[in-house]
Design a protein around this ligand. Structure first.
Ligand SMILES: [Zn+2]
Ligand SMILES: [Zn+2]
Length: 243
């Protein structure tokens, strides 16, 4: 049956639709264009760092920390990213987000699950950054929740897709300055009262599709900690980098 299906629907490259050996793979050209975060990266936000195991970029705990994470408050402990938000990596994120490619959630969530493996801890729960209900209606699904569901499934962790919610609709962040981005999100995320009890003393793995300034993650992490979470770690499919 599977062989017959493969003749009708041969496996396609996630990026360009070209022929590949197996489902959920990239062709060699897209693979070269897709920047996976590996090796040297900030341990707090996942941004790739130049050079190898940097001696001059160590944080207080002796791990690699980027300049932004040294100067800005990051209310979470560890962070990881699977991809750089550029080229094919950006195309894949946008295809998942805009709804025409829900088939991407499995393979992309699989990449994210691999990236978070080093920061998982016993008893962790997995929580996505929520969409406002109005935006959810337009998009039909929350792309962050598709990714967090897959990550939770791969690692056998409890998944709480509606633990956080948006208290109000926030304007688009795209062309705002950093301070405005943070102000824009102040108190915009909160813990659903019905999940408060389950959150007490838990470690949370917070998941989103993209991290740019980190303002959304900060607001969400603050809400989780204020509501009783013990620690928060963050993971994104793709990390935006400064050109
Ligand atoms: Zn391709
Ligand atoms: Zn960083």
């Amino acid at each position: 049956m599977k062989a017959a299906l493969r003749m009708i629907y041969p496996p396609q490259c996630l990026g360009c639709g070209g022929a590949v050996d197996q489902d959920g793979a990239l062709c060699p050209r897209c693979w070269r264009d897709c920047e996976f975060v590996s090796g040297c990266a900030c341990r707090r936000c996942g941004v790739p760092l130049p050079g190898d195991a940097g001696e001059d970029m160590s944080g207080a705990d002796g791990s690699l920390i980027c300049d932004d994470c040294l100067t800005m408050a990051r209310p979470w402990r560890h962070g990881r990213a699977a991809l750089v938000y550029r080229g094919i990596g950006r195309d894949l994120v946008l295809a998942l987000k805009h709804g025409d490619r829900p088939d991407l959630a499995g393979p992309l969530g699989g990449w994210l699950a691999l990236a978070v493996a080093p920061i998982l801890r016993e008893g962790m729960i997995v929580v996505p950054i929520p969409l406002h209900p109005r935006r959810l209606m337009q998009r039909k699904f929350n792309q962050a929740a598709l990714l967090s569901a897959q990550t939770a499934k791969v690692h056998g962790l409890p998944h709480y897709p509606s633990l956080l919610y948006r208290t109000r609709q926030t304007p688009a962040q795209d062309h705002r300055r950093l301070e405005e981005r943070y102000a824009n999100l102040q108190d915009a995320l909160a813990v659903a009262p019905r999940h408060r009890a389950e959150l007490q003393g838990r470690s949370v793995l917070l998941i989103d599709d993209v991290m740019a300034s980190g303002a959304t993650m900060s607001a969400a992490a603050q809400a989780l900690l204020a509501a009783g979470a013990a620690t928060v770690c963050v993971a994104v499919l793709a990390r935006a980098v400064k050109e």
